[in-house]
Design a protein around this ligand. Structure first.
Ligand SMILES: [Zn+2]
Length: 285
């Protein structure tokens, strides 16, 4: 496990990261061999850099939530999902951003962002595990890399910069949602969404969570937001009911992959909350 650096650390852990570089290089090589969809080393470095720029942009805009009663549960569930997804070439961080709409997205280089609204919406750890599994699936299936190659990286970052310059001083809740909409590299195809739903449920099951959490979460969303779905920035997002039908069929058809879990939703108490002083920690800058 990489050492953790708190957000309060003045250099964001940069020096520790560079000291560990040779070890990381070997670890990344091993991961690259293991994961067929891993990008070339130069592209990995570029993706990490893009991911860092996105984090910095969100941070300078005040969109990052540094203290939240949800960080303990996000870390606990996120680490299990990351382990289930390994080995992979990137190091993941699970980060809360301001925003009332239930949204989540994964960024180049391994960061997964979830809104406060999403954490308030999920009923239990199973649903959270499936959401994080879905975002992690976009990373390990190479969807982010594919989209980056199709869009022009410079254009993406220019749009990002414009967005944040124009939004200086505006309300955080709007910023986080709009930021995601403008990440053109996140505009996945429907086929990528179906694949991420199924891989995400599979990762959740592998991590010891109920894969039906995907279905419960989608039903939960549909009852409040209709067919708009989550990841509302995806322009051609598939219908929520269609996704429920497809992932349900997959879970029923492949017990070896998903295990045998009760389909009935039992826990609707929301996520466990800890002290509000629980702080964001980063596995890498
Ligand atoms: Zn998705």
């Amino acid at each position: 496990m990489m050492p953790r650096d708190t957000l309060a650390s003045p250099d964001l852990g940069r020096s520790r990261w560079s000291r560990l570089a040779p070890v990381c290089a070997v670890a990344m090589w091993v991961a690259a061999v293991a994961a067929a969809s891993a990008p070339a080393p130069a592209d990995q470095a570029q993706e990490r850099q893009d991911g860092q720029q996105i984090f910095s942009a969100l941070q300078s805009q005040g969109a990052i939530v540094t203290q939240s009663p949800y960080y303990a549960v996000l870390r606990e569930v996120g680490e299990k999902i990351e382990q289930a997804a390994g080995p992979h070439w990137f190091v993941m961080n699970f980060i809360i951003i301001h925003g009332n709409q239930p949204n989540a997205f994964s960024a180049p280089g391994g960061n997964v962002y979830v809104t406060e609204g999403l954490l308030r919406t999920v009923d239990n750890k199973d649903e959270l595990a499936n959401v994080l599994g879905h975002e992690t699936a976009h990373l390990i299936l190479g969807h982010i890399t594919e989209r980056l190659m199709q869009s022009q990286r410079v254009t993406v970052l220019q749009r990002l910069n414009r967005l944040f310059v124009h939004n200086t001083g505006s309300q955080n809740t709007i910023v986080a949602a709009n930021a995601a909409i403008n990440y053109s590299f996140l505009n996945f195809t429907r086929q990528q969404e179906y694949a991420a739903d199924q891989e995400g449920a599979s990762l959740a099951a592998k991590a010891g969570f109920n894969p039906w959490g995907t279905v419960w979460f989608f039903r939960n969303l549909a009852s409040t937001y209709g067919d708009a779905g989550f990841e509302q920035y995806v322009q051609q997002h598939p219908s929520t009911n269609d996704r429920i039908a497809r992932v349900s069929a997959a879970i029923r058809a492949q017990p070896a992959r998903y295990g045998r879990w009760p389909q009935a939703l039992r826990v609707t108490t929301g996520l466990p909350r800890t002290s509000a002083a629980d702080t964001l920690t980063l596995n890498h800058p």
